[in-house]
Structure formats: C-alpha cells, structure tokens
Write a protein that binds this ligand. Structure first.
Ligand code: AMP
Length: 199
C-alpha cells in the first residue's frame, strides 16, 4: 500500500498509549502510520507521544505525512502531547476530544489498546448506530486480540439487544496491510440508520 490515493482521507486512529505492551503492537501502528502518509491521507488521533499512539504519529511524520492530534489541555499540561505534529488541537475535556475527533475524520481505524481505545471505539459504533457518524470503522484484530469483543457483540445480537445489520457497522481485518483497502471497500452506511437503531 504505497501508491498515492486521489481521495485524500482524514483517518482517525484509536490505539494504545501503553509503552509496555508487546513491541509487535507498536510495529503495526508504525506500519499503519507509514501507509496512511504514503497514500496521501492524514492521520487524526489523540495527540499522544508514547505507545502505539506515538508510533503511528512518528511513522506518518517520517514519511512527510500530516498528523493532527486532538488532546485535552490537562494531558498537554502533563506533557503527554506529541511535540512535532502538523497540528495540535487543545480541547477542554475527553468528551470534546471524542466529538472533535469524530467530526474531523472520514474513516476510523482501531488497533489493539486499553480502556481508552475501547471507549473511543464504542462511542464511534454507537454514533454510527444512531446515524450520527456514517463513515467506515475498521478494527485490526491483530493476533485475535479482538476475538472476545466480536463474541460479545455477536452475543448482543443473539440476545436481541442489537440487530443483525449492526454487525455491519465495522469491518475486522487480521493484518495491518488490509486496513486501507478495507476502508476503500467499505459499504456505505444508510442515512436512515436511526430508523433501525432500536429493536
Ligand atoms: P488506552 O487504549 O487505554 O491506552 O487509551 C488510549 C487513549 O487514552 C487515548 O486516546 C487517550 O484518550 C488516552 N490516553 C491515555 N494515556 C495517554 C497518553 N500518555 N497520551 C495521550 N493520551 C493518552
């Protein structure tokens, strides 16, 4: 995935801040950042300097790509913000950060991560279900990391908390190289999603 794409997208990446996880998680984040930049897209993310967050930003910047970070002021005061981004937006709190990140994106990628990554993914999925966010959501199921999550979501459909069609709100891929093609191939989400949001 190294050709320049005529459709420049702002790709929002949710991923881990942890610097202590297995290095292959950071490596995948770096490959994603590199591929986003090479394809002429922009990385949008939470603005952190460490872990997979730092890896995706560093790799995109190293390729000459654009990286927009959106980070709450208190994290910036803690010196968690990446110092070398194309643009760093300071926001009041976590809620505004999530709102601004969704509003600044044409597609979402979720890599393995912790509670912060899960929260961001679920906000995006719930917004999509309610017809408030129509764009593709791609989840990297690296090494089966998200298998328990997919099991939980399928169970939610079986229990009739969600509709079968809601399983189409995201696309899972096993390899980082599959992420950008999956975004390009994602089916449009219907404008009237709110009409089938509830069962
Ligand atoms: P997690 O997957 O739990 O590591 O959460 C990643 C998300 O947690 C980020 O998008 C932020 O909301 C927040 N976060 C936690 N630690 C940091 C950090 N050091 N720098 C920036 N954001 C962080």
């Amino acid at each position: 995935m190294s050709s320049v794409n005529s459709t420049a997208r702002r790709i929002l990446v949710f991923c881990a801040s942890s610097g202590s996880c297995e290095p292959h998680f950071h490596e995948a984040a770096g490959i994603l950042g590199r591929d986003i930049a090479r394809a002429g897209h922009t990385v949008v993310y939470g603005g952190g300097a460490v872990g997979s967050m730092g890896a995706v930003a560093d790799a995109a910047l190293a390729e000459g790509g654009e990286v927009v970070g959106i980070i709450p002021r208190f994290m910036c005061e803690l010196e968690w913000a990446h110092p070398g981004l194309t643009e760093l937006r300071l926001v009041d709190d976590m809620q505004q950060r999530k709102r601004d990140m969704l509003a600044t994106s044409d597609a979402i990628v979720t890599l393995p991560g912790g509670s912060g990554t899960f929260e961001e993914l679920f906000e995006a999925i719930t917004s999509k279900r309610l017809g408030l966010f129509p764009n593709p959501i791609v989840i990297l199921n690296q090494g089966g990391f998200y298998d328990p999550l997919f099991q939980l979501l399928s169970g939610s459909v079986s229990a009739r908390f969600m509709n079968e069609v809601h399983l189409e709100m995201w696309h899972a891929v096993d390899r980082v190289e599959e992420i950008l093609p999956a975004i390009d191939a994602a089916a449009e989400w219907p404008d009237n999603a709110v009409e089938f949001a509830t069962l």
